[in-house]
Design a protein around this ligand. Structure first.
Ligand code: BG6
Length: 475
């Protein structure tokens, strides 16, 4: 099904996210025939110097040429380009935006849904929402709000209050693009469509879980955003904990938005308050010399932590989360480490039979991602000698079609369709911030680490002992 006709308004249209993901993503959706029959995209920003429609089209062209999967040319580009216009939006002067939205609606015959995407820093959400409420723009509209949603429990509550004064929850789409990743969505299928995995998906069989997203990328010119955000708010409370929610949730009664999010919210409610002693914050050497970073910055570019989910299924199973900039590899990997079998019948002095070659389920949720079950097998030969072996699922082996949509593309489409399943709900976010409070009130100082390393030493070993970080070879 294709969505109803839409006017999509991109606030922050000249910002980093619009350039890298949103404009290329919308063009990809258009090329894939997934946008509505009638659509218009109105770029907006609060910058004093408003863009002309033509300048915005040129901006979109360059963004798609640099970051898109297909080049901005041919009739598909021409019709996409025609749908673009620009309307500046100062909270005190919404006139140009109102005019641009009305003219876009008129060109669709007056029959279109409105979708506002707030790709702006959290500090700007409040005034934008206020402006939508004060004008008639919010009428019948949906709103996509970017992460991080607030900076702590109090600000998230205040923001929810501000939003709910204008939009009821059914029209709020808090976006976390990791939930739109094909291989994250597949975790639901892996767990709940099969009899193979779910029976061992609990504390009786699993000794520890890791959600590991090291990045090789550095700041990418985003010092302004990053200085105020840091790795914990940019990646952990958002993407990694959302993935934890999918890994740890109970089977929902259906795949509907309410049932899925009810179960995820229960996991977040069960998160034990994060003890600062269970967190290592790091800052790569040279970060303070980056343009836009203050010389005594305490912002962390790395965070690793041990979380506990205090519920029946997971009591006593540590969840190790790690993410950071300028690390040794770029990976997106979940590992479920299985408990040792009750009896050791095999010689353990053999070089291969190291603890870290024990049974594991590994889910690589990069693009395209893969899933592996790691176990020990007998090496062929006259002696009983064990060696690590792997059974692997790769998309290309089972499916001929490639991943059609990236995270943002899938979620923009879902928002147009009005499907909130893969968007976060106010109570989920508030539970996560509540669990984060002890850490935010008392953050350990960031420890330096060398760019290209695995982060500060304590995060590599002490934090997660007796376990260790498992990073399998890229599939
Ligand atoms: C964004 C963060 O939300 O996710 C970035 O702000 C991070 O700092 C990015 O690099 C990672 O997402 P992906 O999908 O590009 O791996």
């Amino acid at each position: 099904t294709r969505p109803d006709n839409h006017v999509i308004v991109l606030f922050g249209a000249t910002g980093d996210l619009a350039k890298r993901k949103l404009l290329p993503g919308l063009f990809h959706l258009a090329r894939a025939g997934l946008l509505p029959d009638g659509y218009r995209i109105v770029g907006s920003s609060t910058a004093r110097s408003a863009l002309s429609d033509d300048a915005f089209r040129k901006h979109a062209h360059d963004a798609v040429a640099t970051f898109g999967r297909s080049q901005p040319s041919g009739p598909e580009w021409e019709s996409f380009e025609e749908s673009l216009s620009f309307g500046a939006a100062q909270p005190e002067d919404p006139g140009p935006l109102l005019a641009a939205v009305r003219s876009a609606e008129d060109s669709l015959g007056g029959q279109a849904r409105r979708l506002f995407h707030l790709a702006v820093p959290p500090s700007a959400f409040g005034s934008m929402i206020g402006m939508l409420g004060d004008t008639d723009l919010a009428e019948n509209a949906k709103v996509i709000v970017e992460k991080p949603f607030g900076t702590d429990l109090a600000s998230a509550r205040a923001l929810n209050k501000t939003i709910h004064a204008v939009f009821d929850e059914s029209r709020v789409f808090r976006i976390d693009h990791f939930l739109g990743k094909e291989s994250v969505d597949n975790i639901l299928a892996l767990r709940f469509a099969n009899g193979l995995f779910e029976p061992i998906w609990n504390r009786d069989h699993i000794s520890h879980v890791q959600i590991d997203v090291p990045e090789t990328l550095g700041l990418e010119g985003r010092a302004g955003f990053y200085e105020r955000t840091g790795a914990f708010r940019d990646m952990i409370v958002t993407h990694l904990i959302q993935v934890l929610g999918i890994v740890a949730m109970e089977p929902p009664v259906s795949l509907g938005a309410q049932a899925l999010r009810d179960e995820k919210a229960k996991v977040f409610e069960a998160l034990r308050p994060i003890e600062p002693a269970h967190v290592v914050r790091g800052q790569y050497e040279g970060y303070r010399d980056e343009p836009g970073v203050t010389p005594d910055s305490q912002t962390e570019t790395f965070a690793a932590l041990r979380l506990e989910v205090d519920n029946w299924r997971w009591a006593g199973v540590p969840f190790h989360l790690r993410s950071g900039k300028n690390l040794a590899q770029h990976r997106e990997v979940i590992t479920l480490g299985l408990r040792e079998p009750p009896l050791r019948m095999f010689r353990t002095d053999l070089p291969h039979h190291e603890k870290n070659t024990g049974n594991k389920i590994v889910i690589d949720f990069g693009d395209p991602g893969w899933i592996a079950a790691c176990f020990l097998a007998k090496e062929p030969g006259p002696t009983m000698r064990l060696a690590p072996a792997t059974m692997t699922f790769r998309y290309a082996d089972s499916f001929c079609q490639k991943h059609e949509l990236e995270g943002y593309e899938r979620l923009l489409l879902d928002a147009m369709l009005g499907d909130q399943s893969l968007f976060t709900r106010s109570d989920e976010i508030e539970h996560i911030w509540a669990a984060s409070t002890p850490l935010l009130e008392n953050p350990p100082p960031p420890q330096p680490y060398a760019a290209g390393s695995w982060g500060p030493d304590p995060a590599v070993s002490d934090l997660i002992a007796p376990h260790q970080w498992h990073l399998p070879d890229a599939g």
